[in-house]
Design a protein around this ligand. Structure first.
Ligand code: PLP
Length: 398
């Protein structure tokens, strides 16, 4: 069977590879008597959504309108709830009709946007490492992908000075996000303002992926909605997956320049209709009645982070302190390098030897090579057990 060149460029995807390794581990462990799997490879939290949100969804399910196809007009109450949230959260007035779009996830939005704004071969910039849908979306749109390499030595900040005015003049799109997955840096407003300003000056669409906006543990997470210019050349993606623990329900939204929202809507209209009104009712309830929910999660993540960091330190494994909740960005142990293992092999070997699943950094781009991402998505005691198992496995290697 022939498949497209595009598909070959996409590759198998880091989460799919890691899923296969975890399944193989689970299948084998009853016979080998291995330790139970501790899966820290996905940013899918064990923490709970507000029960009021689930009740709102449950109550809306029997309504006939929840079973019907939902076209754009019927998403108006959701879009209005988003506009109200933007007003309260950022003090920014947003037009719910023209500047808001419901999404199946921030992943879906960032993956579809390039189809709406790029022609094949158009140059588009992304951060390296970055969340996989940023690269995937550009590849699906046959973009000329330009990676902007982030480095630990520069605090994982984008080296904007490396981009000349002529590069900016050629660019059509820049996709990025702070707080940044996988490096767990929060970023700052000045950075976003600078990028938005460059976008306006050089007529580049600036797409900012912001599912962690309420999950900074240190400092303030930036938002493109605070950067003058978003209404002309910017779009920002928000999600209910992380702050409200609703990842499985696939609820997110874009807020942006009206021509960009219209273009994204046009692409999405080909692909599918919208989620059930029962799901939208859950999202409306979350944004309206539980806007503080993400803040209540932060304390739990902070405790987890601090206990895990202490565990690593006790085992002489030096891990930088992340500024955002949810992830630790962990350097591969020297013992792995001594065996000639790159991060993907290192993650596979650590899984085999400790039963702890981490994500290899190179799965987010070459800039992530040599690193492993640990998601803090289990209770502290389990995370501490994971650190101790990992450190035992590394000690045994040495
Ligand atoms: C930067 C980034 N964007 C998007 C997503 C996916 O979000 P959603 O569940 O809204 O698709 C993630 C999930 O880990 C992420 O880290």
């Amino acid at each position: 069977m022939h498949t497209s060149r595009r598909l070959a460029a996409l590759g198998s995807g880091v989460f799919a590879r890691s899923d296969a390794r975890k399944q193989a581990y689970r299948d084998r462990s009853p016979t080998t008597g291995s330790l139970g799997l501790i899966d820290l490879s996905l940013g899918s939290s064990d923490l709970q959504p507000p029960s009021g949100v689930l009740c709102a969804m449950r109550d809306a399910i029997p309504a006939p309108s929840s079973s019907a196809y939902c076209l754009q007009a019927a998403t108006a109450p959701f879009r209005e709830a988003v506009a109200d949230w933007c007003q309260r959260r950022f003090g920014v007035t947003v037009d719910p009709e023209h500047e808001v779009q419901l999404l199946v996830g921030s992943q879906e939005g960032t993956a579809h946007l390039p189809l709406a704004v790029l022609n094949p071969g158009d140059p588009a910039l992304l951060l390296d490492p970055c969340y996989p849908s940023h690269r995937g979306g550009l590849l699906l749109a046959d973009a000329d992908v330009i990676p902007l390499r982030l480095q630990a030595a520069h605090g994982w900040r984008p080296p904007l000075k490396e981009l000349s005015a002529s590069v900016w003049d050629r660019l059509k799109l820049f996709v990025f996000g702070y707080p940044h997955n996988p490096t767990a840096c929060v970023g700052d407003q000045e950075l976003l303002d600078q990028i938005m300003h460059l976008g306006e000056r050089h007529k580049v669409v600036i797409a900012h992926d912001n599912p962690y906006v309420d999950l900074a543990l240190e400092g303030q997470a930036p938002s493109l909605l605070h950067s003058p210019g978003w209404r002309e050349w910017g779009v920002e993606f928000f999600s209910l997956s992380k702050g409200w623990c609703l990842g499985g329900f696939r609820l997110a939204f874009a807020v942006g320049a009206s021509p960009l929202i219209a273009a994204l809507r046009q692409v999405k209209a080909v692909v599918d209709f919208n989620q059930s009104l029962a799901l939208q009712q859950a999202a409306i309830t979350a944004l309206r009645d539980f806007a503080d929910w993400p803040a209540t999660l932060r304390e739990t993540y902070r405790q987890r982070r601090d206990r895990v960091l202490a565990g690593f330190a006790m085992r002489s494994w030096s891990v930088p302190k992340p500024d955002m909740a949810l992830y630790l960005w962990v350097p591969c142990p020297e013992a792995a390098a001594a065996h000639g293992w790159k991060d993907e092999r290192c993650a596979a070997e650590l899984l085999q030897r400790s039963g702890v699943a981490l994500t290899p950094g190179s799965g987010f781009g070459q800039g992530g090579e040599g690193w492993l991402r640990m998601a803090l998505v289990r209770p502290s005691s389990e995370l501490e057990a994971a650190v101790s198992r990992l450190a035992d496995a590394v000690d045994a290697l040495a």
